[in-house]
Design a protein around this ligand. Structure first.
Ligand code: HPA
Length: 274
């Protein structure tokens, strides 16, 4: 645990040394195909993950693998352009290491975004969904093991994991923009295989609206540390078995690209009013 604390502090100190400041308002994690938002950041400082002590390195196409720090809509933001997933072979605690570094940088607010398979049959690819809650049936948990007491308590609440005030702000901004922002439950699957049609039917029965391979570990780690999280999913494809066609990662990236401007307009205004 002393080791973890030291690693987090070293990574944080490195980021401060590169960014020249520790005054950052909001951290953002940009999911598959959504990394383009980082291009809107003004006076950006880029820090490749490979330079940061103890940081993992992301291996997925569509994930750039660097931090972008700068100004967005008058806020100082730290953006992960590319994230880490359990299916890449990282342990859950490694997946959430960057989130723990963010908190150590005194960042209390977090925007988590992802590409997801759409389980809700009334919606369509390209729809954006406010994450109101999640389901994690995988046994893994990023806080399994000795509790890092310096970050948060052993047992912690998840009823407010997705912050109500930030969700209200997202709803309000979407309404002003005439954007039909859906809302619902995101269910984590391990990946890297996409779900089977039977798994998608199960997810729907359980109350999930979207399925994906990320976000949940980060939301748990953020809740552990008392951070405020806003979650937004981009429905990049109908989940397996809904349409009579196979799934592929290309489609995920293409839909991400298609909704790019809608997504970026929404998030920028949320950040402005944050
Ligand atoms: N399943 C899981 N993860 C995903 C999907 C999906 O259908 N689409 C994008 N990420």
């Amino acid at each position: 645990m002393i080791n973890l604390k030291k690693k987090i502090e070293e990574a944080a100190a490195y980021i401060v040394s590169k960014a020249g400041t520790d005054q950052i308002n909001i951290a953002m994690v940009l999911g598959s195909g959504l990394g383009g938002l980082a291009d809107k950041i003004e006076d950006p400082i880029f820090i490749p993950y490979s330079e940061i002590p103890s940081f993992p390195v992301s291996t997925v196409p569509g994930h750039m693998g660097r931090l972008v720090i700068g100004n967005l809509q008058g806020k100082r933001v730290l953006c992960m352009q590319g994230r880490f997933h359990w299916y890449e072979g990282y342990e859950m605690d490694t997946v959430v290491f960057p989130i723990q570094v963010m908190k150590t940088l005194k960042i209390d607010d977090l925007l988590l975004t992802n590409a997801a398979g759409c389980v809700n049959e009334n919606w369509k690819p390209g729809d954006l969904m406010l994450i109101t809650d999640h389901i994690k049936l995988m046994g893994e948990n990023p806080l399994r093991g000795m509790n890092p007491d310096f970050l948060g308590p052993r047992f912690f609440d998840m009823t407010t994991a997705y912050n109500k005030d930030l969700s209200d702000l997202a709803r309000e901004v979407a309404k002003k923009q005439n954007l039909d922002l859906k809302e619902g439950v995101y269910q984590l699957f391990a990946g890297p295989s996409f779900e089977t049609p039977a798994e998608v039917r199960l997810a729907r029965m359980l109350g999930a609206d979207a399925v994906g391979m990320s976000t949940v570990p980060e939301a748990i780690a953020a809740a552990h540390m008392g951070m405020r999280t806003l979650g937004i999913s981009c429905m990049t494809n109908m989940a397996a078995g809904i349409l009579d066609q196979p799934l592929n990662h290309q489609e995920v990236l293409e839909t991400g690209n298609m909704v790019k401007s809608k997504f970026e307009t929404l998030v920028q205004e949320i950040v402005r009013r944050w």
